[in-house]
Design a protein around this ligand. Sequence first.
Ligand SMILES: C[S@@+](CC[C@H](N)C(=O)[O-])C[C@H]1O[C@@H](n2cnc3c(N)ncnc32)[C@H](O)[C@@H]1O
Ligand code: SF4
Length: 353
Amino acid sequence: MSSVSLGIPLVRSATGSDPARPDDSYLVDRFGRVATDLRVSLTDRCNLRCTYCMPPEGLDWMPGDQALSDDEVVRLVRVAVTQLGVRQVRFTGGEPLLRRGLEQILRAVASLGPRPRISLTTNGIGLARRAEALVDAGLDRVNVSLDTLRPDRFREISRRDRLPDVLEGLRVASGTGLRPVKVNAVLLRGANDDEAGELLRYCLERGYELRFIEQMPLDAQHGWARSSMITAAEIMDRLATEYRLDPDPQERGAAPAERWLVDGGPGAVGIIASVTRPFCGDCDRTRLTADGQLRSCLFSQGETDLRGPMRSGAGDEEIAALWRDTMWRKAVGHGIDDPDFAQPDRPMSAIGG
Ligand SMILES: C[S@@+](CC[C@H](N)C(=O)[O-])C[C@H]1O[C@@H](n2cnc3c(N)ncnc32)[C@H](O)[C@@H]1O
Ligand code: SF4
């Protein structure tokens, strides 16, 4: 790989880093992967309590002084984009729409050069009101989570009565011209697993791209069980009773979703089979938590503190070197199938999904 061809200078890693690491500015790892997609969690708080994510009472939220300020978030994203080759930034959480400075952060990130593509993963509550301002600030794409179309089920799964807000958020976001509008759905046995076909019809009719996500062991309550999760194969079987699904001939690249054309296309559906068909070998992601901890993977057992060095006066180059070293050590895979697999200490809502 030539760094020079993409206009990023070659820079040596910080002292103390693995001497085997090539002299490369990019976020390369020992297995030849290059991280260009940054997920940034803007808060660990949420206004829903999805059963597969957090307990009814919520969690011990991060104290305010531990969370990165808007300027600190922007500085770290700037380092990633201008020094480390990050090309895509996705803001998530917790619920990122709860972050007051979201529009300012988007605006600052959109003004970086080279301008990264900017996306948001949200539960959609409040999106109808904010969508236009978010687009105006630089948002390019949105993923909205929607597990059911039935209000009683929505109440059971998310423990809040907010389905109309989510559907309205989707409608307005689509009207602002955000493309593609993606919908994320998690199917849970006995709760909504008979709704795969209905959800797909709803999304196809409105031009949203639906992706089913296999439930992962990242819930705060540690309630995940492989034996009860709905697998990608089951989802395919259910959809196949109503639709013809053909593999999308488009190259998948580092996309987590396997795509299928529905009834000959152009409508498509994606399945993110993180558990039963892991795609770690093609992973291009690097992750930053709302308190400034860097993770090379959702399932990492360790984190690298960037907030401490940043608040102690570290320069951009020092931060970039810490980032490179962390990604160099990225594990080959998430290891969910390993006998000694241990769920990370932080749940998905605190890491950023
Ligand atoms: C953690 S949420 C954060 C953003 C926002 N609150 C939302 O729900 O879209 C990001 C995505 O992770 C998914 N998610 C949460 N917990 C999960 C789990 N245990 N397994 C699989 N997906 C999960 C959610 O359904 C959502 O699509
Ligand atoms: S999945 Fe998203 S919306 Fe649901 S509780 Fe977790 S962070 Fe909140």
